[in-house]
Design a protein around this ligand. Structure first.
Ligand code: NAP
Length: 241
């Protein structure tokens, strides 16, 4: 493939002008990361349904003089959910209500019961309200109790990340053969995932979401399929372990 994919620095003040310049220069589009995802959604001419639902974009495409905002983070996360029981009967608990949490809640909307638990309760409520009545919240102090009957737990907080304290939670109330996802990718094996493996649960680490969110972007930029993401994921995982 003849093409270039580069990192470009931009402060929040510069961000709109940097995007406009890249569009004018004839780039296919850009991936957008922290802290620009909300600004990216706002400056686009068109937004996909997902972007409208949670107000953040990690992919801007430049097409026919217009900027189209998409979000592939939720698709990346969906890959972590394969091989699970029927979502229509299942309960999922999401810890955290920061930037990474909204696409994850969006990807879980097929679940019968979705609960957001965050240290700052107002942020959990604001996130849940984006999804209507479908998503409920619970206080941070109840994070272990709320796991009763849950099949899926996703940590989207920064707890467990290098330099941060571990996430203090009791997984005992979860169903057997549950899935625990930690979207932290430094380190790959967080204390939460170690605890989940000891209980015989399925686990997924943060690189899964990271690799799979890149797949739709790659397609949109190049018009071709990327190399097998499973091979990339395995290689990156081996390098980090
Ligand atoms: P963020 O917007 O800063 O949100 C941080 C979240 O962590 C908030 O919910 C915050 O709660 C909570 N938190 C922080 N310290 C806490 C503590 N001591 N006790 C309880 N809760 C605490 O960050 P983000 O962008 O959502 O990213 C969160 C994590 O996800 C990071 O580790 C990041 O690397 C990872 N991530 C991974 C991917 C991937 O593709 N795998 C993508 C994006 C992010 P409050 O609201 O109460 O402050």
């Amino acid at each position: 493939i003849e093409g270039v994919y580069e990192a470009v620095d931009a402060s929040p003040e510069e961000f709109p002008d940097v995007v406009k310049r890249l569009a004018d220069e004839g780039w296919q589009g850009v991936n957008v990361t922290i802290p620009h995802k909300t600004a990216a959604a706002q400056l686009a001419d068109h937004r996909t349904e997902a972007v409208d639902a949670f107000g953040a974009s990690n992919l801007l495409l430049f097409r026919d003089g217009k900027i189209i905002a998409d979000n592939t983070d939720w698709q990346g996360f969906q890959r972590c959910l394969s091989a699970l029981p029927d979502p229509a009967y299942s309960k999922a608990v999401v810890l955290g209500a920061g930037g990474a949490a909204a696409p994850i809640v969006h990807a879980l909307l097929d679940y019968h019961d979705v609960v957001v638990v965050n240290r700052t309760a107002e942020k959990a409520k604001a996130l849940a309200s984006r999804f209507g009545d479908h998503v409920r919240t619970a206080p941070w102090e109840k994070r272990s109790d709320i796991l009763a009957g849950a099949e899926v737990l996703v940590n989207t907080t920064s707890l467990g990340m290098a330099g941060q304290p571990p996430l203090d939670i009791d997984l005992e109330p979860m169903r057997s053969k549950s899935l625990v996802v930690d979207i932290v990718y430094d380190p790959l094996s967080t204390p939460l995932l170690k605890k989940a493996r000891e209980k015989g649960f399925q686990t997924a680490h943060g690189l899964t979401m990271l690799v799979y969110q890149a797949v739709p972007s790659f397609r949109a930029f190049t018009g071709t399929e990327p190399p097998d993401p499973e091979i990339i994921l395995r290689k990156l995982t081996e390098e980090r372990q």
